[in-house]
Design a protein around this ligand. Structure first.
Ligand SMILES: Nc1ncnc2c1ncn2[C@@H]1O[C@H](COP(=O)(O)OP(=O)(O)OP(=O)(O)O)[C@@H](O)[C@H]1O
Ligand SMILES: [Mg+2]
Length: 510
């Protein structure tokens, strides 16, 4: 949603007698911009309240945060209305004013645990239902008492749009004038904007200012720095891990069927497909045997498509408070949509959204799964989902129905040709020339071994070679292979069961 449509949406809420709008955000500056833009046409007054400053009549954007002019106290400062710092008092005051306006209450939700304040708020809302005033509540992670929650509407303040980020860069550069050189062209600035998507305005400004001040210039090299900072920021927020395509080294041997399918699916993101009103691909599910490259395939898709990879750590979505986990999920997918086109990778989906043996989580995984299905069905942004799973028996059958994912792939143990690829990739990665090895023999003895097991054998053999001060050769690798019992033997039964369930229903990756 662009900023202009956010403003229109907010205006419509105010005009249609919505007495209370909740905006979950810490970006107060953007709320201010939104409210100011909205009231311009509405010709309404705005009051702001915080427990520290009490109620004040807002004068719009009085302060230009980028100029450093001192304003003596009392001059041009919004006037505090006496006796309104206390939450109960401010509500009573607003009620007695009977004034048609927008009242913005910052971090107010926590006070609503007090039943007297909650009651006073409901009476105020009753008054507002006649006189068309609106309370705007902002804060981080707002949770409201049930009786109040019914009366509010949530307003989704999306993360900053490219034009807002572009403006943030311009403002920062203006404020640093004389101290930094600008060695970046407009396309470079667009690359910076793209790299900053998913950040708040504050975060974006800080990263740009830091990047520019660090070496006295803003240059194309700073795109990488912004990306690195974004990896950190997203990780700290704890919902998504982010790997930019530039830093994704994934290399997948084999999987030719999947690779061919992906080449076709990629067309779905092209301008031509858009011109024909074709739907963009939604996503795929990859099920299969452990260590055979499911996770690696997810990473490879992002790399091949040059898209950012966002790994949803479903375990971290869980929150002890009811409703919070679903909210976390929404936050994560919104973030992914902001960074679209992107790959959203949900690893081991059955662990977080699958059927649990008991109802120990109070139905949480089922609800999360419900949110996920709805989003998957309705999402319009170019977010391609790659979900992976080991345990088919725990995947809710609804997810396996046709039409949920574009395709479901099954990964079996690697065949001969694929084992050649895997051996080559991992030998080269460990600085061993594959031509020095008897690959046909190695391929033969690794029959029944997964990609992960083959990689592990190469690592162990190299350790042994260092220890024994001898070169790694085919013989050494064969010995290590024969000393390892692969899963295909130790867990033969499980494997047969999985194969029987998956073989005819899903598309093989090769
Ligand atoms: N086809 C392959 N090509 C290259 N490397 C592979 C391949 N399959 C597996 N590997 C190696 O094995 C490692 C483990 O693979 P990966 O994590 O993708 O398996 P997985 O199917 O997701 O397993 P799990 O079910 O345990 O999550 C990879 O990091 C990679 O080094
Ligand atoms: Mg995996």
């Amino acid at each position: 949603m662009s900023f202009a449509s956010s403003v229109r949406h907010f205006q419509t809420l105010v005009l249609s007698f919505h007495g209370m709008v909740v905006i979950e955000t810490v970006e107060e500056e953007r709320v201010q911009t939104l409210i100011n833009a909205a009231v311009n046409d509405l010709q309404m007054a705005v009051f702001e309240w915080s427990v520290a400053s009490g109620l004040t009549r807002s004068q719009g954007n009085l302060h230009n945060r980028w100029s450093n002019e001192y304003t003596p106290p009392g001059i041009q400062q919004p006037q505090l209305i006496e006796g309104t710092c206390e939450p109960l008092e401010v509500l009573r005051h607003i009620q007695s004013m009977g004034y048609q306006a927008i009242y913005w209450l910052k971090d107010f939700a926590c006070h609503l645990e007090n039943p007297i304040i909650a009651r006073q708020l409901r009476e105020l809302l009753h008054q507002f239902s006649h006189n068309r005033s609106t309370l705007v509540l902002t804060g981080h992670n707002i949770s409201l008492p049930a009786d109040i929650a019914q009366e509010v509407v949530y307003f989704d303040l999306k993360l900053p749009e490219p034009d807002e980020l572009y403006q943030a860069i311009t403002e920062v550069l203006k404020s640093l004038k004389g101290r930094v050189k600008v060695e970046i062209h407009p396309e470079g600035i667009n690359a910076l904007v793209k790299a900053m998507r998913g950040m708040t305005l504050q975060q974006a400004r800080k990263v740009i200012a830091y990047a520019a001040l660090d070496d006295g210039k803003l240059s194309p090299d700073d795109v990488k720095r912004v990306l690195e900072r974004k990896i950190q920021v997203l990780h700290e927020e704890g919902l998504l891990d982010y790997i930019p395509p530039e830093m994704n080294p994934a290399q997948l041997g084999g999987f030719n069927g999947l690779k061919a399918w992906l080449t076709r699916a990629r067309m779905g993101f092209s301008a031509q497909a858009r011109a024909f009103n074709l739907p963009t691909p939604r996503g795929i599910l990859i099920v299969g045997i452990q260590g055979c490259g499911k996770s690696l395939a997810a990473k490879t898709i992002a790399r091949e498509w040059s898209m950012p990879l966002l790994k949803l750590d479903a375990g971290r979505l869980y929150d002890k408070y009811i409703g919070e986990s679903e909210k976390n999920f929404r936050r994560a997918v919104t973030l992914a949509e902001t960074m679209a086109p992107a790959i959203l990778w949900i690893d081991e989906i059955e662990k977080s959204m699958g059927q649990s043996d008991s109802d120990s989580d109070g139905g949480l995984s089922r609800r999360l799964f419900g949110s996920f299905l709805t989003w998957l069905q309705e999402k319009s942004e170019e977010v391609f989902v790659v979900a992976t799973a080991n345990d088919l028996s725990r995947i809710p059958p609804e997810l396996l129905r046709k039409g949920r994912f574009d395709e479901i792939f099954f990964v079996d143990l690697p065949d001969e040709q694929e084992r050649v690829g895997i051996l080559q990739i991992h030998l080269i990665r460990r600085k061993q020339d594959p031509r020095r090895f008897d690959l046909p023999t190695l391929v033969q003895v690794t029959d029944g071994y997964s990609g992960a097991e083959i990689e592990q054998v190469i690592i162990t053999a190299l350790y042994r070679a260092i220890h024994e001060k001898c070169p790694v050769d085919t013989q050494l690798l064969v010995e290590e292979i024969q000393a390892t019992v692969p899963l295909s033997i130790s867990r033969r039964e499980d494997l047969h069961r999985l194969r029987a369930m998956a073989m005819d229903r899903f598309v093989p990756v090769r």
